[in-house]
Design a protein around this ligand. Sequence first.
Ligand code: G6P
Length: 532
Amino acid sequence: MGWAMSAFNEYEATKRLKELAEKPIDLSKEGALTPKRLEQMVASNLNLKLFYGTERVTEKVMDALCDLAKEAKVIDKMHAMQNGEIINKIEGYESEERSVLHTAMRDFFDRRVEAEAAKKASTEAYAELEKLKMFLDTIDKQNFTDIIQVGIGGSELGPKAIYLGLEAFSRPNRRAHFVSNVDPDDAANVLNRVDLGKTLVVIVSKSGSTLETRTNEELVRKRFLDVGLSPQNHIIAVTGKGSPMDDPKKYRASFYMWDFVGGRYSVTSMVGCVTLAFAIGMEKLLEFLKGAHAMDKVALNEDPYQNLPLLSALLGIWNHNFLGLPTTAVIPYSQAMSRFPAHLQQCDMESNGKRIDKQGKLLDHWTGPIIWGEPGTNGQHSFYQLIHQGTIPVPVEFVGFCKSQRGIDNEYEGTTSQEKLLSNLFAQSIGLATGKKSDNPNKEFPGNRPTRILMAKQCDPYSIGAILALYEHKVAFQGFVWNINSFDQEGVQLGKVLANKIISQFQKMRKGEEFEKDFPLGAVYLNHLKEF
Ligand SMILES: O=P(O)(O)OC[C@H]1O[C@H](O)[C@H](O)[C@@H](O)[C@@H]1O
């Protein structure tokens, strides 16, 4: 691997942005943040509004960012992705060589992508959805109340984030739970709070070989047997065609996904749909898929101001690559969206945590930011001290909803809880921009800290589908600009290989056999265990 000027640094727009970043706007200056500026810097799609006047951008910066998108041909690349071209690859090196077709998992409402690969994928996805509808019709005739999804990574994070986001829309007496960690207490805690006789279990693993999931499946199967229940009547599978889990006689039902859907992009495939449909019903699941599909079409819009995923991607690149801010906080002002930042950690960081470009060359610039976040207002009582007065400015992507989901609220001291929530959201964005001068350095707020606010009317199935897809495409657009492969994850392999070495040492240690020489580094820790 040799160093060469990356495509990103060769773009004319990059050179202009570097110059502009030498003297960026200071939002804390008197008169910098005005109502007029806030009014002008709003973009909207699908009844979502993106307020970006509190970002450190000017018209010149926005023009250069739009030119960057053009130079990087990001819309052509988005078309290629949605058409099912083989984009998951590293030229000249062994790599996955796959298409990337999570958009096909929801492309059956109106426009269908005509390209053969995409059409075939959406046809297969629709067949799985039909199969799911029939399966749930049989389930509805029995008294199942709970479903446990056993899976990890993309087989848990996105499905759990969206389930919690839409729990308020659950059917009566329908609950979902999630088991992911190989820590036996994770499974035990869930198993102890359900009536197994009324519980379905969906084992989700695209590869069908993930150790944590295989281990948890056996633990759950044993629990059903221990209470005299047949696992066969309760356990269903979601896996890749032909995976080790593709064994329909082992399961009450099997649903499929394909290698062209990455785990972190698989919420709208059967990976997320089985549990979601059980909990919220097919009608609301279809609303969720419609929202994601609508955003897929928005993502093909050439004009960044009419393309919220692209606009978000460009603003993030400005903060990260040009203002030099290493992290991004995603802070939903919605308790229901409490696990959405965790899903985005995988979606963004497993996609863009890369160090080489699509030609295998080491990169001379930053790629994916460190993503983190918790809901507001809770974060205000936790880490906002650093966000306001720390030495590392943190760009914040706020997500807010005008209305609560359940409509249960109370007027206290003249405002409702929802009004108090929104007041805090808007205040934080303004305060982080304007700051506050003080003669006392301990009470001074530097301000000039970039944020934006994505607003929807309500955290409902359609809006959440649209927001999920917005972030999926934001990640993809950033990868397109950086010319990296956002769709494989070689970086997770080394840990697995070393863990398996130590697991085999544990096996030998259990049998009293010599194990130190197999992996001396691991042996040090194992020998210390005996001393506790
Ligand atoms: O769904 P599975 O095949 O069990 O994979 C679960 C997870 O495993 C690994 O951690 C991958 O890096 C993730 O992308 C994937 O979501």
